[in-house]
Design a protein around this ligand. Structure first.
Ligand code: SAM
Length: 249
């Protein structure tokens, strides 16, 4: 029956693809992808010969209509992105939204996602987290964004480009202070994977010491806001305690 399959692909290690994902890619009528040449490499590695079709970010709305027409015609279509889970900082939202409106079944397969993989190894609280995608490229907008997140109690997850990592960590120091714990996960699942955790100011120094430390693909994570003891204990309570202390022998 017609359906749109959301198929995650590896984020660096070609072995990180499920049997179900491979079977789906083999069996569908068409694979909608971000970059056909990029996806062609994955498909040839697994000897899958399904046709591919480009769904670019800038023409996604227009191209989605064409895919919806094919789906309404009874075709089965898989959506992949260059890496990881489609729709997670990647195209696909309009297509899925349109499929749901048109009553077409959308079946998501679980699989690799850089944010979740990095978070699971970061050593930061995972009970609550906020995925923020990419920080704005412009400095003012970036600082404003971090300012908005200053008192966010959940662990923060960002995708970051190597070119902007140092500027972003500098912005974290400027807005959140020296001591907020920051984790930089680089090249996750790849040969030169590294996951490094330091207070923000120390992280900035560490990154500046060696440009290799900012290379490759990066997930930047930040511990959530924790009210200090002084903030938590209301001021009157503190005053009373100080009074009592001063009365003690
Ligand atoms: N859809 C993908 C996913 O599920 O993770 C994310 C796509 S987004 C356009 C690409 C960004 O994800 C990169 O710039 C980087 O921040 C992050 N990323 C992707 N693969 C990564 C990896 N192996 N290690 C660290 N970060 C990665």
């Amino acid at each position: 029956a017609a359906a749109l399959y959301i198929v995650p692909t590896p984020i660096g290690n070609l072995n990180d693809i499920s049997q179900r994902a491979l079977d789906t890619l083999q069996e569908v009528d068409l694979i909608a992808c971000e970059d056909t040449r990029h996806t062609a490499k994955l498909l040839s590695h697994y000897q899958i010969n399904t046709s591919t079709w480009a769904l670019h970010d800038h023409n996604e709305q227009y191209k989605s209509e064409q895919l919806v027409a094919r789906l309404l015609d009874g075709q089965r279509i898989a959506l992949v992105s260059d890496a990881g889970t489609p729709l997670i900082s990647d195209p696909g939202y309009h297509l899925v939204n349109r499929c749901r409106e048109a009553g077409i079944q959308v079946i998501a397969l679980p699989g690799p996602c850089a944010a979740i993989t990095a978070l699971s190894a970061a050593g930061l609280p995972t009970d609550r987290f906020a995925f923020e995608g990419f920080l704005p490229a412009k400095e003012k907008a970036r600082l404003d964004k971090i300012e908005q997140l200053k008192e966010e109690g959940r662990t923060l997850i960002f995708y970051e480009s190597p070119r902007r990592l140092i500027d972003s960590v500098a912005a974290l120091v400027a807005v959140l202070g020296d001591d907020r714990q920051v984790v930089v996960a680089r090249e996750v699942t790849k040969t030169f994977e590294s996951i490094h955790s330091l207070p923000a100011a120390e992280m900035l120094t560490w990154l500046k010491q060696d440009s290799n430390r900012s290379r490759g693909e990066i997930v930047l994570m930040v511990a959530g806001y924790r009210a200090s003891v002084e903030d938590e204990l209301a001021a009157p309570v503190l005053r009373t305690l100080r009074l009592l202390c001063s009365e003690l022998p």
